[in-house]
Design a protein around this ligand. Sequence first.
Ligand SMILES: NC(=O)C1=CN([C@@H]2O[C@H](COP(=O)(O)OP(=O)(O)OC[C@H]3O[C@@H](n4cnc5c(N)ncnc54)[C@H](O)[C@@H]3O)[C@@H](O)[C@H]2O)C=CC1
Ligand SMILES: N[C@@H](CC=O)C(=O)O
Ligand code: NA
Length: 430
Amino acid sequence: MTKPLSVAVAGLGTVGAGVLTLLRDNAATITARAGRPIAVTAVSARDRTRDRGVSIAGLRWYDDPVALAHDPNVDVVVEAIGGSEGQGADLVRAALKAGKPVVTANKALLAVHGAELAALAESKGVALAYEAAVAGGIPAIKALREGLAANDISRVLGILNGTCNYILTQMRERGIEFAQALSEAQKLGYAEADPAFDVDGIDAAHKLAILAALAFGRPVDFDAVHVEGIRAISALDIKLAEELGYRIKLLGIARRTDAGIETRMHPCMVPVAHPIARVDGVFNAVVAEGDFVGRIVLEGRGAGAGPTASAICADLIDVARGRTTPVWGVASPDLSHAPNVPMSKRVGAYYLRLMVVDRPGVIADVTAALRDHHISLESMLQRGRAPGEVVPVVVTTHDCEEAQMRAAIARIEALEAVLETPAMIRIEAL
Ligand SMILES: NC(=O)C1=CN([C@@H]2O[C@H](COP(=O)(O)OP(=O)(O)OC[C@H]3O[C@@H](n4cnc5c(N)ncnc54)[C@H](O)[C@@H]3O)[C@@H](O)[C@H]2O)C=CC1
Ligand SMILES: N[C@@H](CC=O)C(=O)O
Ligand code: NA
């Protein structure tokens, strides 16, 4: 039998402990697929004594995770600490500099520093693998980078944050409040250390930036992603969306247009009948459209110990087999530099929900604002009549440009009879 692959794991939380468990439980399968055993020999975390449901007895312990990079008996480093800065990032750089392959679940690091790290990995001729970083257990990276490698990709989109999808699903199905659903997602190990990264769309935007780089063969550019989260989504909008035949999902969309590449992460209304509307709970989905393959849809668990460990261990098997690909599918010097398309240029339909005083003339003022910005109405809905009281009014539009819609909303919000900032949700043609 060939010498085992000696693995160091940094971070023994949901993901790191999951990796130890999977390598232990599926050792025979993994050995056969890797051509040799894969054995964790060294670990680093904050608390040496915490019960993680898996033994770390007999493993070399390091208080300083960066020291793992310099352990001569370590062949490959798994980074499961997280963060675009700090010791997880320091460890990845140190390991690559030391010529050791790295497997990481850290999308924040890849999205923010991925260009620099790819260049470093390529200069050292070692792998930097990150299947776990996007859509957890779904093999989205492999699908885009290897499976669809011969296609020109026109669009990649998806539900990329399990925590948000869990929250939106629970709010819809059980009618529970945002805070309760978030707390459940945290207990289940789905949420980031700082859950604001989840609910403000940042985590999903990190993943979208990574997918866009792979799909369009260009340097990863997190700053180009337009990011909105789900905090403003109310139970009322979820209910009204259902009445109109839509579900609300936090979608990431990266699209090639004549003007360049559009990358945006925001809540969307999608038709109930579309498969992506049925992706619920912690499940993620990734949809890619290639010129020869057409559309492919991948669905699976996007967070949690098992799915994430599944992706990390697949990367470890690649390392054990010596299978390598450039980090972004294309060698760093050969990446293209297509321009970014700003959000103001997004074209599509919109849902607006206004809280208005129910009195004559209000609707006329709202429609005048839309008319003056060349926005055509698709439908208008007012539930019940309550003269002099506040009622929700919902407007859906035909396609228009985001800049026009923003200008119209500013005018509508300034109307005396409109009492709250209008809720605006983009309706996505998929
Ligand atoms: N939880 C999930 O479902 C998924 C998480 N990820 C990513 O995996 C990474 C880890 O996430 P989780 O396991 O959920 O986090 P966690 O908070 O459960 O675990 C983090 C671990 O890192 C350790 N740690 C923190 N700072 C350290 C330091 N300076 N030195 C040594 N150890 C340190 C902590 O003690 C803990 O063991 C993050 O990059 C996250 O974005 C990716 C996909 C799914
Ligand atoms: N917090 C993330 C974990 C996986 O990346 C999520 O909820 O999807
Ligand atoms: Na994945």
